[in-house]
Ligand binder design. Structure first.
Ligand code: PSV
Ligand code: MN
Length: 430
């Protein structure tokens, strides 16, 4: 028998929290009324906000040095779905899951789809993987995939992406995310121009295989695994490719894929303006692509990204429908706890951005009141929106006190019994 948290367990746990929540919520509502902010639209927008879970995020992550698996890890895609359903049950902000092929071995998409629907889950964008060799593959990606100098390798990588589209279509996904590790480790190793041209040629073949209602998300990353040059290193390369490919191609922003001081929110603003923002992979970072939990290092930056998104929506920006996904590596935590916390932190940044007094901000900007404008942003960022988030969760059937409730359920201990460890501690990357 698969252990699931009983819904009545969450409701009972909420009983102990409700009176404090009511008081805090009322106090915040009073404060917001005083500031001229209507609560209902904010609550409605938060209730609609969803962020997809990465299937690979429910397993313990690792680095190229080691991986320290925890007890009760999911052993296959069905168990990954179980864990994602638990995250959703507690936090109520993550009703979809993003698969990664062939990390997710899906033999029977129809059976998986039925299982997901039973759990109340749907499928978000699917991710291809041409940054690792697979057992039995005819060609190696050691020197690249979609941009490889050898046409046979490029063809294998194209065929894999097309297979991902087919699998995704059977599951109900509507987008393919393509991230490649292609690049070079030595100056002179690769021709910087022709490798990009080969990328475009390969991507055109993938683009041609997209169903009518599908999109392809191009994900850039400045370095790793290639350390001298990366073919799609930045949003400029990503944009150039998306423009050349056509309207179904857009640029995906992974927050960890930029140099440490890059102004990501400005990149977001540019992509919105150009109608090419695909969406996000959320995580936090301190040094590089650290894949730390969203909002754990720099919640202000996350808020500034959402500030651009709320601004874009308020302005009625054209073709603006970003896809939100978490892409993190949980190396030292219970991944379910990290995903619950991260989903809420992402929602928090959105809630804070919804509280920005946009008319006052525009006026301060027009008057060139630098500090006044900054204070307006900070007033929103400094608002403790926790009661709003808890109220939205409660109304959707989630936990008022998410971490406490999840821990009290002993979910992980149950899974540790149900899913005996394989004893294989492999090196891991995410
Ligand atoms: C690459 O670092 C990346 O951000 C891409 O999205 C990959 O698909 C994912 O991480 C794998 O963990
Ligand atoms: Mn990513």
């Amino acid at each position: 028998m698969t252990f699931r948290i009983d819904q009545t367990f969450i409701e009972q746990a909420n009983v102990a929290e409700i009176s404090a929540l009511d008081q805090d919520h009322e106090a915040l509502a009073r404060q917001l009324r005083r500031r001229g902010i209507a609560l209902e639209p904010v609550l409605a927008a938060l209730a609609e906000f969803h962020v997809a879970l990465p299937s690979w995020g429910v397993g313990t992550g690792g680095t190229r040095f080691a991986r320290f698996p925890m007890q009760g890890e999911p052993r296959g895609i069905f168990e990954k779905l179980d864990d994602c359903a638990t995250v959703q049950q507690i936090a109520r902000a993550t009703p979809t899951i993003s698969l990664h092929f062939p990390w997710d071995n899906v033999d029977d998409p129809a059976a998986l789809k039925t299982y997901a629907h039973k759990l109340g889950l749907g499928f978000d964008a699917v991710n291809s993987n041409t940054f690792q060799d697979q057992p039995g593959a005819a060609q190696s990606y050691r020197f690249g995939s979609l941009t490889h100098t050898d046409a046979a390798v490029r063809e294998q990588a194209i065929a894999h992406n097309i297979a991902c589209i087919k699998l995704g279509a059977a599951l109900g996904s509507k987008a393919l995310t393509v991230w490649i590790g292609d690049g070079s480790n030595f100056a002179g190793q690769a021709n910087l121009t022709t490798s990009f041209e080969r990328y475009l040629e390969s991507m055109k073949a993938i683009y041609a295989a997209l169903p009518a209602d599908w999109q392809v998300f191009i994900e850039h990353k400045l370095y790793e695994p290639a350390f001298y040059s990366t073919v799609i290193a930045d949003w400029g390369s990503s944009l150039a490719a998306a423009v050349e490919l056509g309207p179904k191609a857009k640029c995906l922003v992974d927050l960890g894929h930029h140099a440490p001081t890059v102004n990501i929110e400005q990149i977001v603003a540019r992509l919105v303006h150009l109608r090419k923002l695909a969406g996000f992979h959320f995580n936090d970072s301190r040094y590089g692509d650290d894949d730390l939990d969203s909002g754990s290092v720099d919640p202000f930056r996350l808020f500034l990204v959402f500030n651009e998104l709320v601004d874009a929506k308020a302005r009625g920006a054209a073709e603006f429908a970003p896809a939100y996904m978490i892409d993190q590596s949980h190396n030292v935590t219970d991944p379910v706890e990290s995903l619950i916390t991260s989903a809420i932190e992402i929602q928090r940044a959105y809630a804070q951005a919804l509280l920005v007094d946009r008319a006052a901000l525009a006026e301060a900007q027009t008057r060139n009141d630098a500090l006044g404008a900054h204070h307006i942003l900070k007033a929103a960022f400094n608002t403790d929106v926790s009661p709003l988030l808890a109220e939205v969760r409660r109304q959707a059937g989630g936990a008022i006190a998410p971490l406490k409730t999840y821990r009290a359920s002993c979910y992980r201990a149950h899974k540790a019994r149900e899913r005996p460890a394989s004893g294989i501690a492999s090196a891991g990357i995410v």
